[in-house]
Design a binder for this molecule. Sequence first.
Ligand code: FBP
Length: 551
Amino acid sequence: MKSMTKSALEIARAAYEPKLPAALNGNVVLKEGAETESIADQIDIRNLFPNTYGMPLVTFETGPKKEYPIVGVGVILSGGQAPGGHNVICGLFDGLKALHPENKLYGFLGGPSGLVDHQYIQLTAEIVDEYRNTGGFDIIGSGRTKLEEEWQYDKGAEICEKLEINAIVIIGGDDSNTNACVLAEYYSQRNTGVQVIGCPKTIDGDLKNEMIETSFGFDTACKVYSELIGNIQRDANSAKKYWHFIRLMGRSASHITLECAFQSQPNICIVSEEVEAKNMTLNDVVEEIVKVVVYRAKHDLNFGTILIPEGLIEFIPAMKKLIAELNDLLVQNDDFNALVSDDEKREYVKGMLSHDSCEIYRSLPKGIAKQLTLDRDPHGNVQVSLIETEKLLIEMVAKRLAQLKAEGKYKGKFASINHFFGYEGRCAIPSNFDADYTYSLGYTAAILISEGKTGYMACIRNLIAPAAKWIAGGVPITMMMNMEHRNGKMKPVIQKALVRLDGAPFKYFESVREDWADDKISYIYPGPIQYYGPTEVCDQPTKTLLLEQGK
Ligand code: FBP
């Protein structure tokens, strides 16, 4: 047998035709709504974005045929991978070609740096066809270079002029779309003729607001992790001998953890935003876990599952202070970087921290303390995906249980296994939801460009309805902005959406979590993503979306 180049599913998915909102299936007419305001700090945002502030919401409806001018477009994938990125590009490509066969699409390579360094390829039908409905960002690659400085914008304008590019599409999270908004304003003020359109991407699910119902990739990633959690729960319930501590990606927000909890119903689910709101210490979190472990042990259930959001550590107020001190201390610190051994580094850090933070730093297992001092991300923040919080919690829970055992208050057995799910889901083959949503976003971006819009984010709404009933359009990015402290300065940024404790998803979680923790088995086993079959199996949106929309 000859070696294969594609799996059977890859071949089948290549032929999948993403579903579009009905309005995008024919000729489109653009309807303008009312003028918009930013969500806060209106005067500051208006002053900073005189050309792109206050623009109206736009939606697309079926209409008479219209002639559009020829356009050149450049697309950028920015930040972490999220399932569906390729389909945004496919939708953009198909949309552009449908609007005018001579439209051209370029892909900037390796993320925003491709625009600045003039690294690009022209995306042809042959290239695009290879990536339809696939996971990953490998068609042009991604990167985390921040587009923040004028010289970068000018380099971008230079290549756009050379390639006759009229518009740039930035597919990214809250920071990348903030930068897209600044870039749109800059190009508009300088009359470069280059439009900028954003697309809401991130598995973290924290780029959402009144107009953006969800970011793409969240659906698929959560379904992949939930499958794995379900499988682990079946194993736990069969072997009945391990507590599984499962950390889930999501950077700051706990949306992924909460969604996976809805899909799998673990015994314990920690929500960082709640930990912060209740001003809990690490010991408080440990006590919560221990309470459930002891209770279940009394019922001979020495096993269970615990979901932990990867950002947890930064939401524990005392840890947050320690991390902030470390961030300041380690920024371009040549003295620290010159130290070779871990012990020297540890002693150096201890000598520089405040008394309280030093106490916490000393109390941490050495491995975790070291992880807190590893390289920062391009924003100078600790890389939470590298901190093994699940191991820290296992160590602390085991210690506390040993104490309780010595006091005769716990008679169970505690054996644990740690897991971290993040990279497993970021490049999965997009679910039908994400395949359709992303293709529609790309197609929408093409129309926004041909309609001459800039400073807009492509927007698809009514997402819990069948795709044909989705509403496509654009939202001015300035509408999502407020002023926040960043690196010591007030900056206009898109507000990051954390889990709201007064929101329907968390309220629902609060109402059921005790049932999940008790001596009955509430586990759900979601199984793998299904791409073919009945719609209730294959096309379900996330529970978060359903709960948020009152379902
Ligand atoms: P984006 O916000 O850029 O989409 O990235 C999300 C994410 O997957 C986080 O969940 C995670 O903490 C981080 O990226 C990991 O970053 P890296 O890919 O650099 O390891």
